[in-house]
Write a protein that binds this ligand. Structure first.
Ligand code: FAD
Length: 155
């Protein structure tokens, strides 16, 4: 699959591609050499699509799991605005466009922590489904992102 290109510049978009695809598009991969060595990304490179996704989900789910149980009306409105603005500026454009469509159909539920965390878990599962990944059990959302697993393995 070719690396996605950013809309405003006719350049491949790193944040829309996985590292292997990106490296191939730059002709820097050693995959075509006889010993077929996979490219290894140094730790301090710009984020590719998957790094960006993992880091962003971590931030978003943590934010939802620490959101107030009983937000003020202002907090609830601001959190809805946050997701609408976030979806316009997420740097992987194809991801952002799908996310915009998804949250148009399923607007943010910002009237409580549990509703926000469940809503976001479902949005993430929509992306998981699209990518053919396993779905996450949303009843465990706060164990994963705030409290740690009930078996104590995170304590
Ligand atoms: C808004 C958004 C839209 C995206 N759209 C696309 C896209 O269109 N195409 C594309 O290729 N990539 C997209 N991504 C990236 C993609 O979702 C993954 O982040 C990326 O593929 C890396 O996946 P991963 O397997 O490391 O785990 P991730 O999906 O990044 O998940 C990180 C961790 O979150 C936990 N988790 C998994 N599912 C859930 C859930 N439902 N609720 C709570 N926690 C969960 C798991 O413990 C997992 O290890 C998007 C990312 C974001 C933030």
């Amino acid at each position: 699959m070719p690396a996605h290109r950013s809309e405003d510049e006719d350049k491949p978009c790193r944040a829309c591609s996985d590292f292997k695809t990106w490296a191939k598009s730059q002709n820097k991969t050693t995959l075509n050499t006889p010993n077929k060595v996979a490219p290894v990304k140094p730790a301090d490179c710009p984020l590719d699509k998957d790094d960006l996704g993992r880091s962003t989900w971590g931030f978003l789910h943590s934010m939802a799991s620490y959101y107030p149980d009983k937000p003020t009306r202002r907090q609830a409105e601001d959190m809805s605005k946050f997701f609408n603005i976030f979806s316009q500026f997420y740097p992987c454009e194809p991801c952002a466009l799908d996310f915009q469509e998804d949250i148009k159909k399923h607007p943010p539920k910002t009237d409580s922590r549990d509703h926000l965390a469940q809503w976001l878990c479902e949005r993430h599962n929509t992306v998981n489904r699209k990518l053919g990944k396993p779905l996450f059990d949303c009843s465990k959302i706060h164990e994963r992102w705030r409290d740690g697993w009930k078996d104590g393995s995170c304590d």
